[in-house]
Design a protein around this ligand. Structure first.
Ligand SMILES: C[S@@+](CC[C@H](N)C(=O)[O-])C[C@H]1O[C@@H](n2cnc3c(N)ncnc32)[C@H](O)[C@@H]1O
Length: 218
């Protein structure tokens, strides 16, 4: 009986390890059915820490990719008031509905939802002062393309913040992220956290260009 139990336990662990490996190799969006997990309180990558590293300021236009149920959205949108806008884009429209319900309950009117794919952002160049995505990057096939899109839509010297947490089968490790980002002219700027979870901030570098606000001068 004891032997049977340990065999069963071993099979369970192997099954979980296999599933985690499969998810890593086959990135895909977190299913809507798993949304309840997105609302759980999480360690390390907390909302105050995101606020600290992103530093959203009144009047800014920011972008959140993959808001899910809006765990970080409300807090950031509130910091942008008055006149600032938080655009949110998610590949699953139902996730956007959850986020917008949350926004409505919080009395916020400065969140603009758009269904879409991080690999083809439907915004013009230099449209945003900054962007963030938390536990999203690893779900996207072709992460380089998504990072390049963020570089395109955020203005020169704007910031991109990436959050990742251990335990997420799609977690992107910090050093892997840095390799990717540097190649795409996203300069590592600051990090909060470590191996178990982190927020990393990058500065968007667009050499040879001069901007005033959102408008390109030359
Ligand atoms: C694990 S959830 C994280 C949600 C939220 N950022 C949070 O931390 O609670 C990942 C979210 O990214 C979205 N997503 C995945 N791939 C995407 C893509 N290619 N473009 C846009 N959104 C995507 C999913 O639909 C989901 O809402």
């Amino acid at each position: 009986m004891v032997r049977f139990r340990s065999v069963l336990g071993g099979l369970g662990i192997a099954g979980l390890a296999g599933a985690a490996l499969y998810w890593r190799k086959n990135p895909s969006a977190c299913p809507y059915g798993a949304r309840v997990f997105l609302d759980l309180q999480r360690p390390i990558i907390t909302t105050p820490r995101l606020r600290e590293i992103l530093a959203p300021a009144p009047g800014e236009r920011l972008l959140e990719v993959g808001p899910g149920t809006g765990y970080y959205t409300i807090d950031v949108a509130r910091e942008l008031e008055p006149n600032g806008i938080l655009e949110v884009i998610d590949i699953q429209p139902k996730m956007l509905d959850r986020t917008m319900n949350r926004a409505h309950r919080a009395g916020l009117t400065n969140i603009v939802p758009t269904p879409g794919d991080a690999r083809m952002l439907p915004y013009p160049e230099n449209h945003f002062d900054g962007a963030f995505l938390v536990t999203v990057l690893g779900e996207i096939p072709l992460q380089d393309q998504a990072l390049a899109e963020l570089h395109r839509v955020v203005r020169h010297d704007g910031r991109v913040v990436v959050g990742e947490l251990f335990g997420d089968p799609h977690m992107v490790g910090y050093s892997r992220l840095i390799d990717r980002a540097v190649r795409l002219d996203l300069q590592p700027d600051e990090r909060i956290g470590g191996r178990l979870g982190y927020f990393a901030r990058f500065r968007v570098n667009k050499p040879g260009r001069v901007y005033a606000g959102h408008a390109e001068k030359s």
